[in-house]
Write a protein that binds this ligand. Structure first.
Ligand code: SF4
Ligand code: SF4
Length: 238
């Protein structure tokens, strides 16, 4: 069982799903939707198309996913672990959860089925869905990283839209190789939350129970940003 530190996000829908669900979105509408997401302070939008094997593995019957990413506040991340830090992290989570319901309503109003995937539902892994986007990678510290940053929170909407701009190739696959040269997260973890194979031990890590985020704070991807680390990696490989 994974640790649950966020409270459930209340249901904020104000629009019902349409009875006739549209399956095709125009480029113009999708751009507008992405613009609204960014104006709502989301860092970016990605898309996952879940294949049959994935659906069988997780026992689900839906496949088209819109991923909304938000930057977890730097001020909060830099706080020492505490009850107050966890409370602030949860408040931020609730705020972006409510915004995700508003975005789902926009899709519903425009004829698309749109339902939030409950981020606290253990029956399906949001990280696994994120990896299906070909737009993310799991770092050595166990974070699900997109190019927008390491310190991302995720909300997801499953939708009837079938022609979302799904990526077919993942251009972040170099990251584990870079991580193998670094190891700062392992060396500086105050809880020794990595096993002999350098895999993170979720039950030992105190991120979700006490709000530890040291491995984010010290990670080159967080300190310098994705592009700078990629350039450094390319120089290393010459
Ligand atoms: S601290 Fe280093 S090893 Fe750990 S996730 Fe960041 S880049 Fe990878
Ligand atoms: S969040 Fe803290 S306890 Fe967990 S792996 Fe990172 S540094 Fe270690």
């Amino acid at each position: 069982m994974r640790f649950v530190y966020h409270q459930p996000v209340p249901d904020f829908y104000s629009v019902d799903n349409p009875t006739d669900q549209d399956r095709h979105v125009s480029d113009v509408f999708l751009r507008e939707f992405e613009d609204i997401a960014v104006a709502s302070q989301f860092a970016g939008v990605s898309y996952s198309r879940l294949d049959d094997e994935f659906k069988r593995e997780w026992d689900i019957d839906w496949d088209n996913i819109i991923i909304l990413k938000y930057h977890m506040s730097e001020d909060i991340l830099k706080m020492e672990p505490s009850r107050e830090k966890c409370r602030l992290e949860d408040a931020e989570f609730q705020e972006f959860g409510a915004k995700t319901f508003a975005l789902a309503d926009i899709l519903r109003e425009n004829g698309f089925r749109a339902d939030l995937i409950n981020p606290l539902d253990d029956r399906v892994s949001l990280r696994a869905i994120a990896m299906q986007s070909n737009d993310a990678i799991i770092t050595r510290s166990g974070m699900c990283m997109f190019k927008e940053g390491l310190n991302l929170g995720l909300f997801m909407i499953k939708t009837s839209i079938e022609n979302l701009p799904f990526k077919t190739e993942n251009d972040l696959l170099w990251v584990p190789d870079y991580c193998s040269t670094c190891g700062v997260c392992i060396d500086r973890c105050p809880e020794n939350a990595f096993d002999g194979d350098e895999k993170i031990l979720r039950k030992v890590c105190t991120a979700h129970r006490k709000g530890c985020s040291r491995c984010i704070d010290l990670c080159p991807f967080y300190k310098r940003g994705y592009e700078k680390v990629r350039k450094r990696y390319l120089r290393m490989k010459k």
